[in-house]
Design a protein around this ligand. Structure first.
Ligand code: ZN
Length: 1028
């Protein structure tokens, strides 16, 4: 419907002005281009300005390029219209082009044809012309009409000419003629009456209708088109203005005319409707006295942090605060909208449904999960309470921040002040650069600058937590300081803690005693032998590696043979040698893992072929570390399986000497045995004891790693004693994008949680992801399996075990953990002391918070300035970065080909498609990946090393690069440097800042991708990409 050609034809007829003439403005001021820049490569308009000597040829060329842009068929018409609206102040070209809805013009003519007799009888051409002349929108065309009429004497023909012009006059012109008919005073009163009756027959209550219509035209509201997310928007645009659209029942059209507007406030009607339907479903909010006490500050409308142990009913407190907030707003005639957030998505659903039980009879509650294509803004606007993860909201607030300095561009920027109240569940996470913290930064900025839409206010902030934590505090004052930090971050000056009804609170949340069970490492022959042999293997591998590093012999350069790389060869080699540090002797200490990680970075920045072997050895050492931990946690058989599986996978690419070394130790390691670990015996003992007291018990076992969780669940499930008593065990672990085969799907996880709640699973092994907020109704035992973290997790996990007589134990064979646990207890004590100082006003807490808030605002400003200066510095340095495959050093693209969308980074150079192969997700990855818009993995075509993922962005698959799969090559002080960054954050900070992803980039990548054929094998894996 709006191909570039059609637009051009229209523009040429526009009273001598055409679109390209209007574009001449940009010759002098390209900054006014607005969204037109989206159609062309970055900086193209500025470049054209320099290339052309005069505005006219510049504008002609620009218009040609706009029309041939890949985006033109879908969007050029709209953007040109938006542009004209801004630039063309007189509006003549704009209004001419705006009369494009042929359908409406035709419908006007239909009114005439249907009532032709009346029109022929009552129309007075002279009056019509005089009337139309007074309306600016008919300028031009009326003059032509008047000239024509002057040459005609026959009144019949004059009438016909006027009526025939209606399609050209456009929308509503028939009503203008009807108005002249209605208003004409004929000498014969009867004729006046008949004329009015004629008009009233067509449109009853005509004057009122016409008045509204006129109002409508002065302030047009237009039409709303609803396009279902499953349909293609292009199709709707193409059909605009054609009968096909009216007949297409997938698209819904609402004409926003006065008569179509709802008569009563939408909000109230929704309430009435929901009350009628759901009044019987209401779950009343009944508060205990301590809960009322905890709500007090929040209900006064003040920001606060509600601190109460898990199990004391924080959700009902939140529901009560929200309900009160909604009611108060209604009484005061104010808008209200609430946001409830939880830091991880596992517990989102659970919190949403409990809040919904209390509120849904009166208010619309909606959960928003992080997936593309969900109309988030619309969902927020049409509901009263939104339950979401903080990252979702951060993304939303940042979406249009690049336009925030241009008030002319009508983008719907999202404001945090859309919400009148925000609840942060597990709010102790509001620190450093957490998503919670980023939301509060937006809040602080709004508070300090006052920039928000008119009518908006700062939202009320409510935090919920079981424990405020003390950070690294060593004494009460430092602990107070830590709590004040949190309060300042959340703009809270008054804490909500139970003081009056402590007795009642204790009834509902029994304090759980912490036990510590230290298991000496048993003298298990095979276990010990396995650990010793593996440590020997590790030492041997280290030696092989050190030899490789030390040797100065025939190192061939790897990858591309660029002459400048050869020059720096020896220097580079010296650097690797110089920075290489000997591995720590203690192979089962975390320091060893850090050593591996640091050297992996060092080596991946080396250009020498043989360093690839060093890298492989480092990966083997890393796996060996985890194998040692597995051996200590379980038994030598499990440990052997872990390392053996890994070595088998790696074998094809390993160097002969590495394979020889492995085989040397392999036969001793393979004598591993399935012995029983004393820590497991201890777990079983506790479970049986629990079972004997109460056979409907629940227990959670926390463990450090996913692999650990899977293994422990497997071992417990195989123990006969537990099987006999129907004590079933399963595991849950987080949904981590980075980890592959163990990324349990979210739904499977929810199913397990449900089964646990209902009792078919009695024991749940979990990693730390589950530790916060997971609301498990009756948990009688919490075990920390060789694992302890900071003091928050300490209180939190105790909170998990909350049934009467429940207990929490740490089972460990590690003396360091044992010590750490007692330090956790000290910290907990410290926190209570600090709270006492605050509550008894031994210190001026409010003052401390106030000065911290000033510091926060200063920090936000400094951070912003620093970020801007970094970007400026990067631009000034003019360094060109080559992006290489980490493993084989193939050149993948240049830094200027990278585009950013939120926190994902895409290669937007069509050539990239030729350098990669696409691999499907394994079934276990599939479900979790799809949630993030993942469509498959991408690998380097040269060496099969993983490069990242294919992600769907606005229905198009784009290659998303993983920072840890690439190396940057750049030239600084005529030295070629190779640099590996594990995270994009580091690349942004130290190297370059990619441009934001634009529609043009997406289109270009899509167009090129279509031309590629994929050769697929039976497993759906793509073997080759062939050009046409
Ligand atoms: Zn490669």
């Amino acid at each position: 419907m709006f191909p570039a050609l059609g637009l051009e034809t229209r523009s040429r007829t526009a009273n001598g002005i055409d679109v390209s003439r209007v574009l001449e403005v940009l010759y002098l001021d390209p900054g006014k281009s607005g969204d037109l820049t989206e159609f062309l490569p970055i900086g193209r308009i500025e470049k054209l300005c320099q290339e052309y000597l005069d505005a006219e040829s510049f504008a002609t060329q620009l218009f040609d390029e706009l029309k041939s842009s890949i985006l033109a068929p879908e969007r050029l018409y709209n953007e040109i219209m938006a542009f004209l609206f801004k630039i063309d102040k007189k509006g003549s070209l704009h209004s001419l082009l705006a009369i494009c809805n042929e359908n409406t013009s035709r419908s006007m003519f239909k009114i005439v044809l249907d009532n032709i007799d009346g029109f022929m009888r009552f129309t007075d051409p002279k009056r019509v012309i005089d009337y139309l002349q007074a309306l600016p929108r008919y300028d031009g065309i009326v003059n032509v009409l008047r000239n024509e009429l002057e040459r005609i004497r026959n009144p019949e023909i004059m009438k016909k000419l006027v009526l025939r012009t209606i399609p050209q006059l456009g929308q509503f012109s028939a009503y203008d003629i009807l108005y002249t008919i209605y208003e004409t005073q004929h000498p014969d009163n009867n004729v006046t009456c008949e004329a009015r009756q004629f008009v009233e027959k067509i449109e009853p209550n005509f004057l009122r209708f016409y008045e509204n219509l006129d109002e409508e035209r002065k302030h047009p509201r237009g039409k709303l088109f609803f396009c279902p997310i499953t349909s293609n928007l292009t199709e709707l645009l193409v059909q605009l203005g054609t009968p096909a659209l009216e007949n297409n029942d997938r698209f819904k059209i609402i004409d926003i005319l006065w008569e179509n507007m709802p008569q009563t406030g939408r909000f109230e009607r929704i309430i009435i409707e929901s009350v009628q339907n759901r009044i019987h479903e209401e779950q009343p909010i009944i508060l205990r006295r301590y809960q009322q006490e905890l709500c007090k500050v929040a209900i006064e409308g003040k920001n606060t942090i509600v601190t109460a142990p898990t199990g004391s009913g924080k959700t009902v407190i939140a529901a009560n605060i929200l309900k009160h907030h909604f009611e108060q707003a209604r009484i005061n005639g104010k808008q209200s909208k609430a946001l409830f957030m939880t830091p991880n998505s596992v517990i989102l659903q659970q919190q949403a449904s409990s809040l919904s039980n209390y509120l849904k009879h009166l208010y619309l509650v909606k959960i928003i999960q992080g997936a593309e294509n969900v109309p988030v803004r619309g969902t927020i606007l049409s509901n009263d309470l939104i339950v979401a993860t903080p990252q979702m909201i951060v993304n939303l607030c940042n979406e249009h921040s690049q336009f925030e300095n241009d008030p002319d561009i009508n983008v719907t920027q999202f404001f945090l002040s859309t919400f009148s109240i925000i609840i942060f569940d597990e709010c102790h996470n509001t620190q450093k650069n957490s998503p919670y913290s980023n939301i509060m930064k937006i809040y602080h900025e709004m508070k300090n600058t006052g920039v928000m839409p008119s009518g908006h206010c700062l939202p009320q902030i409510i935090g919920l937590t079981a424990s405020l934590g003390v950070g690294q505090a060593k004494n009460e004052l430092e602990a107070v300081d830590h709590i004040a930090d949190l309060a300042a971050n959340m703009d809270v000056h008054e804490l909500s803690v139970v003081r009056e009804h402590i007795g009642e609170l204790q009834q509902f949340s029994p304090i759980v005693p912490d036990n510590l069970c230290f298991c000496d490492k048993r003298i298990d022959e095979t276990n010990l032998q396995f650990a010793t042999t593996l440590a020997q293997f590790m030492t041997k591998m280290e030696k092989v590696m050190i030899n490789l590093i030390e040797s100065t012999g025939d190192f061939e350069m790897r990858g591309r043979n660029s002459p400048d790389t050869l020059d720096v060869g020896p220097v580079r080699r010296e650097r690797v040698k110089g920075e290489f540090k000997l591995p720590p002797l203690d192979k089962d200490h975390e320091a060893y893992l850090n050593w591996v990680a640091n050297h992996k970075i060092l080596i991946s920045e080396s250009k020498f072929e043989r360093d690839k072997q060093v890298f492989e050895i480092l990966e083997i050492l890393e796996k060996s570390y985890w194998t040692l931990e597995h051996n200590s946690n379980f038994n030598s058989q499990e440990a052997y399986n872990l390392i053996n599986e890994f070595m088998e996978q790696q074998k094809p690419s390993l160097h002969m000497e590495v394979i020889r070394t492995w085989e040397e130790y392999h036969h001793i390691l393979s004598q591993a045995r399935n012995s029983t670990n004393p820590m497991i015996e201890k777990v079983v003992e506790n479970l049986i004891e629990l079972y004997n007291r109460n056979d409907d018990f629940r227990a959670i076992v926390f463990i450090k790693t996913r692999v650990g969780a899977v293994t422990l669940a497997k071992i417990l499930s195989s123990i006969q004693e537990l099987k006999d008593k129907q004590i079933r065990t399963d595991y849950i672990s987080g949904l981590n994008k980075g980890s592959d085969e163990l990324a349990a799907s979210k739904r499977a996880q929810q199913e397990k949680i449900d089964k646990f709640a209902e009792g078919s699973i009695k024991v749940l092994v979990a990693t730390s992801v589950a530790e916060e907020g997971l609301d498990i109704a009756k948990c009688n035992l919490v075990v920390k399996y060789n694992y302890a973290t900071n003091e928050i997790a300490h209180v939190q996990r105790r909170g998990r075990g909350r049934a009467a007589n429940s207990k929490c134990i740490l089972i460990t064979n590690n003396i360091r953990l044992k010590e750490q646990e007692s330090s956790n207890k000290t910290k907990e004590h410290l926190m209570y002391e600090a709270m006492n100082m605050i509550l008894k006003k031994h210190i001026n807490f409010e003052n401390i918070v106030r000065s911290k808030m000033i510091a926060i605002w200063k920090n936000i400003q400094d951070e912003k300035a620093a970020k801007e200066s970094i970007i400026q510095k990067q631009l000034n340095s003019n360094i060109q970065y080559k992006i290489l495959c980490k493993k084989c050093k193939t050149l993948l693209c240049m830094h200027s080909d990278i585009r950013a969308e939120k926190t994902q980074y895409f290669v937007c150079n069509p050539n990239f498609w030729k350098l990669i192969r696409k691999v499907m997700f394994s079934p276990s990855e599939q479900e979790a990946e799809i949630r993030f818009g993942g469509k498959g993995k991408i690998q380097c075509k040269q060496c099969y090393s993983g490069l990242g993922r294919l992600i769907e962005v606005r229905s198009v698959e784009l290659p998303c690069l993983a920072a840890d799969s690439i190396v940057l090559e750049y030239c600084v002080n005529s030295q070629i440097e190779l640099k590996m960054c594990r995270k994009w954050k580091d690349i942004l900070k130290n190297h370059f800042t990619p441009q934001d992803l634009r529609a043009l980039d997406i289109k270009t990548m899509q167009a090129e991708n279509r031309q590629l054929n994929f050769e697929v094998d039976s497993l759906g894996e793509i073997l080759n990409i062939l050009r046409d």
